[in-house]
Ligand binder design. Structure first.
Ligand code: PSU
Ligand code: MN
Length: 308
């Protein structure tokens, strides 16, 4: 039922370096035409690091791992492409529909295909006011469930970051700062939240993840890399814009799956595209780092195999 591209299948068999990429950011996270361009640029960034990109989505009822360029364009431009998480993946497949996969469903499919590294922008997490709304992204459950390394720029800044960190701790998923001691906050390099774990190289991330899994854990490993400094919006500059967007969402009664896309597009409008530039920059940066981690992971697995 799953379609794995021949390049991805060959790389999985050869235990090569592969990076899975999601498609909700393409269909619902970025405006046209930045979405298709960014999807292509992220694939190119993975390749430049020496790994094979595998963008994931649902094409006319078929989950595809390794979308071709035409399929990426269709997911970006078609009307009625569902935002697919864990709860509606099967429904969209059964109905023969099109779907853009979130972090949660991309991790599920990447894991089914045997892909061990995944890159996104910012993960979903605990929304502000979750005590009332109970809005907690399925991304967190997926991070706890699948033994895959996820590279992100932290959780999206629209969320309640301390509560998101608490849930990740409860779920037992390691959160590693990539060349930082602090949790990055998506548009901003710093959140003020200290991380216990830090890695300075792709090799260190790969070794930590392999050790985590060999210790009998089957959870994901979250690698958080700050947005490049030249594209950052400092936290004190973006704070009021986020608050305004949250207020507008509440006033307009936006709920469920629509919340995150609404907030991202509002914030990008209210910053004259500055937030969009930061989002694109961090997506490419994460893809590049994920590529390097995938290469290090493949090398270490090969070296371990030879030792045996
Ligand atoms: N990162 C981005 N932009 C996005 C997303 C991540 O830079 O649009 C998407 C991911 O697919 C993530 C989803 O899984 O937002 C979270 O949605 P929700 O909060 O509804 O779970
Ligand atoms: Mn939600």
């Amino acid at each position: 039922m799953i379609s794995i591209s021949s390049a991805v299948e060959a790389a999985v068999c050869a235990r090569g370096a592969i990076v899975a990429l999601e498609s909700t950011v393409i269909a619902h996270g970025l405006p046209s035409p930045s979405n298709v361009e960014t999807a292509r640029d992220c694939e190119a960034a993975v390749r430049q690091s020496g790994a094979l990109p595998a963008t994931i989505g649902v094409v006319a009822g078929r989950p595809v791992i390794g979308l071709n360029d035409q399929q990426i364009q269709s997911i970006a431009e078609r009307d009625g492409v569902a935002k697919v998480n864990l709860a509606n993946l099967a429904y969209v497949i059964a109905a023969g529909g099109w779907g853009a996969t979130t972090v949660a469903s991309s991790l599920h499919l990447a894991n089914l295909a045997g892909v061990k590294v995944f890159a996104t922008g910012g993960i979903g997490g605990v929304h502000r006011g979750a005590g009332e709304s109970f809005d907690i992204s399925a991304d967190l459950m997926a991070l706890a469930r699948y033994p895959v390394i996820t590279v992100c720029a932290g959780a999206k800044a629209i969320l309640d970051l301390p509560k998101t960190m608490e849930v990740l701790e409860t779920l037992g998923a390691p959160v590693i700062g990539y060349q930082t001691d602090e949790l990055p906050a998506f548009y901003s390099r710093s959140s003020g939240l200290k991380l216990d774990l830090r890695a300075d190289s792709p090799e260190q991330v790969a070794k930590t993840a392999l050790t985590h899994w060999r210790m009998g854990f089957s959870t994901g490993v979250l690698v958080t890399a700050p947005v490049p400094a030249e594209d950052e919006i400092p936290a004190n500059e973006i704070k009021d814009v986020i608050d305004e967007a949250l207020g507008a969402a509440a006033k307009q009664g936006i709920s469920g799956k629509a919340v995150t896309p609404f907030l991202l597009s509002r914030i990008s409008e209210r910053t004259q595209g500055r937030a969009l530039r930061a989002n694109i920059a961090l997506l490419k940066n994460n893809a590049r780092i994920a590529g390097a981690i995938a290469v290090a992971l493949a090398n270490q697995e090969k070296a371990d195999q030879e030792k045996k």
